[in-house]
Ligand binder design. Structure first.
Ligand code: SF4
Length: 436
């Protein structure tokens, strides 16, 4: 039987996938394999995939084409994650040499391919939360630990494939999440980022009928001395409950930065997206957050060119981007996804119009970012070390607002949390000096 020694893994997409990629690596290491960055050297090749946009799916298939040509003849390769769930057995038709196709809730079955390399493995079941029980704990955690607290989503936005790829929403048991958090703290984490497609909708009732919410997880996590920063993503506007908003006012370890996607500024488009369409209610939540934490900054995701979006609808999106002064935001052209209602809607918008709108929105978002970054000059912020830059002469830190801050590399070793004075800024990043 083929002796597998090295694995290669490439992760696409969201932070949930980054987490999945880390756990897959830990699981394979437990089975005696070591990770390689060289695909030609690997005995087992895994693409950990994202299907949220059509472009992302196409990217995965082009990467598979390249890997097919570059890999050793004996190497096994396959896909895990959302493209696997979206494609199912069609993936084998597109790339006949593929050895495995495992959905986001079945990647813990990957070791089966090590035991039976001659079989083809297909599993795209929505099995719930069992994978978490079968994955080994990490023995070393990066300074930022991503901890999933729920999987799937019940909101059914009409453009989104997630309810199909990740299934109905399930919250993990409170004690399991805290176990992972504690383990992350003991093995190197300084920042905890709680993850979920609808993270602020986290609700778990234990065997005694006690209800736990995201605010409870934050409160408990803040008690761990190793953990200095806490954040969570991605939030659904109407799940921003008062207890969670209050946490921003009382828990200093909770960063003053929140991703709360609005997607569009037009109530008419939001209704067709099956999203909360009361823009005033959205603004009220932002105001409440600013009342308890005046320095908070909000980021958003945007979709432009949703079916039937008019120029007037798009102007409303520009208006909200301007009003809220979002920072660190993501904007995309709408792309129809299989298994979604919006893909079947009339009045799909041309690519040309989508491109023009995206450009206009991006220029507004860039202006917001530049303005905010410039306003930081002269401030002192406690930042978390991310690592050296490509030249090795500088260190990159993350501010509490997730901006990149570049500083001269000191001669001696420093601890990962540093107070930094911001000395310069542009749209993309900040420059600073460590305060001794
Ligand atoms: S809330 Fe987010 S994950 Fe859920 S359906 Fe809407 S876009 Fe998709």
């Amino acid at each position: 039987m083929l002796k597998m020694q090295k694995f290669f893994i490439q992760t696409f997409g969201c932070q949930m996938n980054v987490y999945d990629g880390q756990r897959i690596a830990a699981m394979l290491e437990k089975h005696g394999l070591t990770q390689t960055d060289n695909v030609e050297d690997a005995d087992l090749i895994i693409l950990n995939t994202c299907s949220v946009r059509e472009k992302a799916t196409n990217k995965v298939y082009s990467a598979l084409g390249r890997i097919r040509r570059a890999k050793k003849d004996s190497a096994l390769f396959g896909i895990v994650g959302c493209v696997a769930r979206e494609s199912g057995s069609d993936a084998f038709k597109r790339i006949p040499e593929l050895n495995f196709v495992l959905g986001p809730q079945s990647y813990h079955k990957l070791p089966e391919i090590i035991k039976n390399p001659d079989t083809r493995l297909l599993n795209i079941d929505l099995g719930g939360l069992e994978k978490f029980d079968e994955l080994p704990q990490m023995t070393k955690t990066p300074s930022v630990a991503y901890i999933p607290i729920q999987e799937g989503c019940n909101h059914c936005c009409t453009y989104c494939i997630v309810p199909y790829t990740r299934g109905r929403e399930l919250s993990r048991p409170f004690k399991d999440v805290m176990q992972d958090t504690l383990n992350a703290a003991k093995t190197g984490a300084i920042e905890i980022c709680f993850l979920g497609q609808n993270v602020n909708g986290y609700k778990y009732t234990d065997e005694n009928g006690k209800l736990f919410k995201l605010s409870d997880l934050i409160r408990e996590t803040a008690k761990l001395p190793e953990i200095k920063r806490i954040r969570f993503t991605s939030s659904y506007p109407t799940e921003m409950s008062d207890d969670l908003i209050e946490m921003f006012g009382i828990e200093p370890k909770l960063l003053p930065f929140l991703n709360m996607p609005v997607q569009s500024g037009s109530p008419r488009v939001l209704k067709r997206m099956n999203r909360p369409d009361d823009i005033n209610a959205y603004k009220t939540i932002v105001n409440k957050l600013k009342t308890v934490r005046p320095d908070i900054q909000i980021s958003s995701d945007f979709i432009v060119g949703f079916p039937d979006e008019t120029d007037a609808d798009f102007e409303e999106t520009l208006n909200i981007a301007r009003d809220i002064k979002y920072i660190n935001s993501y904007s995309f052209k709408y792309s129809p996804r299989p298994h979604t209602a919006a893909a079947l809607m009339d009045n799909q918008i041309s690519e040309q119009i989508k491109s023009v709108r995206l450009q206009r929105l991006d220029s507004q978002l860039n202006e917001n970012q530049r303005e905010f970054n410039t306003s930081c000059i002269g401030q002192e912020m406690i930042c978390l070390l991310e690592g050296p830059d490509k030249t090795g002469k500088h260190l990159i830190f993350r501010t509490p607002y997730m901006q990149q801050c570049i500083v001269e590399k000191p001669e001696s070793e420093i601890s990962p949390m540093q107070k930094i004075k911001i000395t310069d800024a542009n749209k993309a990043s900040l420059r600073g000096e460590i305060i001794k």
